[in-house]
Structures are given as structure tokens and as C-alpha cells.
Design a protein around this ligand. Structure first.
Ligand SMILES: Cc1ncc(COP(=O)(O)O)c(C=O)c1O
Length: 342
């Protein structure tokens, strides 16, 4: 029997319908701006978010890295939270690609406040301080356990950014999960942020692809940086078609992933080896084990039963629900979780 893969929502494989959409896509050379399917995806995403322009890229890491590069100059400082993907899981890219330093903002499960931004910004009058230039918000917050930001707080952060001359980039790798969870709309987020990165290859189930959104001028420069990083793709319409298919068929169903994550989280919270489960807000379940249980051993024991997940700390484990996890997989996972020994 195939393993139940709860390591990440990136592990999904394209459905037969998505593969068929990919095979039938109209194609051209996107580096020449001639791929009609890529152009359709970019226009559709920009219109949906009420933003001027969009750029299709190979990965969420690339959209984030391009955004940082366009917003900043070498020597600038980026403000984000310690667990932010853009800082922690992108190979030191902000420092290597853009020459930026980073200041961590105090946060609660990945969410910080406008006051924290205001308190952290360096005074521009002092030439010896780095130029604070960009704030990065992540929604949902991966490392926080799929936490959803209150958009009212992000609006307050934007107001602070405007007053302080900072850019606001949203790492929306899982923004559709957040919007399904709280009812906020793409237009709400488009109005609130200077740039947004959306991943099509996480909960939305496309095999590849992320979209960067911003003004015409921002995306014009982003296109140049994408090329410089080697991210200019040719007949990329096959991949964009998967993204378009995902937008048509896989957005509403994210609510099912959230319900399934809640079911799994509830059962875990009842087990003797579990110290606590972080509140399950979307499709990510993070739990702490009791001191006598080692996360790596626990994950290995689950794997031997056919449930795959990640240890993300000595006593912390993460599971993620997605398109390839149905109710039957959840039932089987629950049966196996109940058999686990401390
Ligand atoms: C919050 C967040 N941002 C960005 C990324 C990067 O996406 P990619 O794996 O497509 O580079 C991820 C990947 O898991 C993520 O969780």
C-alpha cells in the first residue's frame, strides 16, 4: 500500500485532469513574452488580486528572492520573523543574492505587530545604521503551524511601512489556505501589500510554479532579475496550464484539507505521548512530544507503519494535509497514531 505522505503539501502529483490540461496547453517562448498560457495565468492572477502585473516563476523561493532583490539595495536591512521561510529556508538567499542583513521581529507563531515594526526600524539619520527597507509577512505561517494573519494587523503594518518608507512583501505560499480559512479576498491582500508571492505547487496541487505580483514597474524589474537568476523558462505554458487548472478546480477544496488536519490534530492531542498540538488553523499540524519521546524515533516509527511526516525539532513534529490525502488516508493515519507508543 502506498505511504500516507504528510511531509508537505508539495508532494502532490498532478491529477489526470491537470495532466490533460498541461498536455493541451497552447505554447510559445515565454522569454520572448510569447507563451499565451503563461500570459493568461499572469493576467488572470494580477486581475484577481487587483494588482497591475504578475510574473510566473519556477518556485516560491525564486519569487521571494526576486521580490527582496527588487525592493532593496545591497546593505539594506529586511525585517521579518525568525522562522520566516525567506530567511530560514532559502539557503541564505537574501544575504547572498541581495546583500541584505536581516533583523528579526518578535512574533507569536509567526505573527508580529505594526508596533514591532516601528520599534525595529533604524533611524535613517544615522549613517552607521543599516537602511531598514523591507518587511516580509508570511501567510499562512509555515513554521508557526499554518497560522493565519489577521488582515487588519497587516493593514496596520502597511500604514507603518508607508510612514517609514518601507516596502511590504507578502510570502503568500499558502495565501489561498489563509483566505479559505478567514474569508479575506485576493483584492484585500492586493490592496494591502506592495508585492505578493503565491505558490501554485503547495495546497493548490500544481507540480511547479509560483506567481509574483506587483506594479508594472516592479514586475518589469522582477522579469530582469528572474532572467539573471536563470528563471526565464521557454515553453512554460505547460506548467502555467497546471496553475490555471488549479485555480479553477483546487481552491475551494482547501477547506477539506483544513477539516482533515483538524481531525488528525484532535486525535494527536488525545495521545499519551503528545504534550500539545498547536491550534490547527489550516492544513498544517505541529505537535510537541512529551520529554520521554524523541521526535526522530517517533517519525521513524510512524514511517515504518506507512505514515510519513517530519521532525522539525528534537520534540516537535509537523504533518501537512493536501490534495492526495483523502478521508480514507486520514482514517488510516488515525488508526496508526493510536497504536504509537510513548
Ligand atoms: C512559506 C513558504 N514560502 C516559500 C516557500 C518556497 O517554495 P518553493 O519550495 O516553491 O521554493 C515555501 C516552501 O515550502 C514555504 O513554505
Amino acid at each position: 500500500m502506498r505511504a500516507i505522505d504528510l511531509r508537505s503539501d508539495t508532494v502532490t502529483r498532478p491529477t489526470p485532469a491537470m495532466r490533460s490540461a498541461m498536455a493541451q496547453a497552447e505554447l510559445g517562448d515565454d522569454v520572448f513574452g510569447e507563451d499565451p498560457t503563461v500570459n493568461t495565468l499572469e493576467e488572470r492572477m494580477a486581475a484577481l488580486f487587483g494588482m497591475e502585473a504578475a510574473l510566473f516563476c519556477p518556485s516560491g523561493t525564486m519569487t521571494n528572492q526576486i521580490a527582496v532583490n527588487v525592493h532593496t539595495r545591497p546593505g539594506d536591512e529586511v525585517l521579518c520573523e525568525e522562522g520566516a521561510h525567506v530567511y530560514r529556508y532559502e539557503g541564505g538567499g537574501m544575504m547572498a543574492n541581495s546583500g541584505c542583513s536581516v533583523k528579526f521581529l518578535p512574533a507569536e507563531r509567526g505573527r508580529f505587530t505594526a508596533e514591532a515594526v516601528e520599534a525595529a526600524v533604524n533611524d535613517r539619520a544615522h549613517a552607521y545604521l543599516a537602511n531598514s527597507r523591507l518587511v516580509v509577512v508570511e501567510n499562512t505561517v509555515n513554521r508557526g503551524g499554518g497560522t493565519v494573519w489577521n488582515i487588519a494587523e497587516v493593514r496596520r503594518i502597511r500604514t507603518a511601512c508607508d510612514r517609514l518608507g518601507l516596502g511590504l512583501h507578502l510570502d503568500g505560499a499558502r495565501l489561498f489556505n489563509a483566505m479559505i480559512a478567514d474569508g479575506s479576498t485576493p483584492a484585500d491582500w492586493g490592496r494591502t501589500c506592495h508585492s505578493i508571492s503565491i505558490c501554485l505547487s503547495k495546497g493548490l496541487g500544481a507540480p511547479v510554479g509560483s506567481v509574483l505580483l506587483g506594479t508594472h514597474a516592479f514586475i518589469h524589474q522582477a522579469r530582469r532579475v528572474r532572467k539573471r537568476l536563470g528563471g526565464g523558462m521557454r515553453q512554460a505554458g505547460m506548467l502555467a496550464a497546471a496553475g490555471l487548472h488549479a485555480m479553477d478546480h483546487h481552491v475551494g477544496r482547501l477547506a477539506e484539507d483544513h477539516l482533515r488536519a483538524q481531525r488528525i490534530g484532535k486525535i494527536i492531542s488525545e495521545q499519551p505521548w503528545c504534550a500539545r498540538v498547536l491550534p490547527v488553523e489550516t492544513n498544517i499540524i505541529i505537535y510537541d512530544l512529551r520529554p520521554e519521546t524523541d521526535a526522530k524515533e517517533h517519525v521513524a516509527a510512524l514511517a515504518s507503519e506507512g505514515v510519513l511526516c517530519f521532525a522539525i525539532g528534537p520534540r516537535q513534529v509537523r504533518m501537512v494535509t493536501h490534495l492526495d490525502i483523502d478521508d480514507d488516508a486520514v482514517d488510516r493515519t488515525i488508526t496508526i497514531l493510536r497504536k504509537m507508543k510513548p
